[in-house]
Design a protein around this ligand. Structure first.
Ligand SMILES: [Zn+2]
Length: 120
């Protein structure tokens, strides 16, 4: 899910480069320790991180809202037993759920509270 403090080009630390072609290691915040001290990501516990990257762009409020709405639709479909991709019924293989139409992996059943209405 997109966050206000995650660069739009970030695609995971398993990749050498981000979507803007920047070598992720090259923008690590030095001398701070730890592989995840990147200007691409929010700081755990809050606060700001020095920005080493000329390409960093945070999503706009509209982009964050659209992303959240997409996930809400996906969770609602899943909770209703339908695939977010096609609205087709879900198929079960163990705890995994697949779209019965396009065979796309959709998610896992791991307790109703995980996909429920968020009540707490
Ligand atoms: Zn589908």
């Amino acid at each position: 899910m997109k966050s206000e403090k995650t660069c739009v080009h970030f695609r995971g630390i398993q990749h050498d480069t981000c979507l803007a072609g920047v070598v992720v290691r090259s923008v690590r915040v030095v001398p701070e320790k730890g592989p995840y001290r990147l200007p691409c990501l929010p700081v755990i516990g809050g606060g700001d991180i020095p920005n080493n990257c000329e390409q960093r762009r945070y999503p706009t409020a509209e982009e964050v809202a659209a992303d959240h709405a997409m996930w809400e639709r996906a969770f609602a479909a899943f909770a209703a037993g339908k695939s977010p991709c096609c609205d087709a019924p879900l198929e079960s293989r163990g705890t995994a759920r697949f779209c019965s139409k396009c065979r796309e992996f959709v998610g896992r059943e791991c307790g109703a509270e995980d996909i429920g209405d968020g009540a707490k």
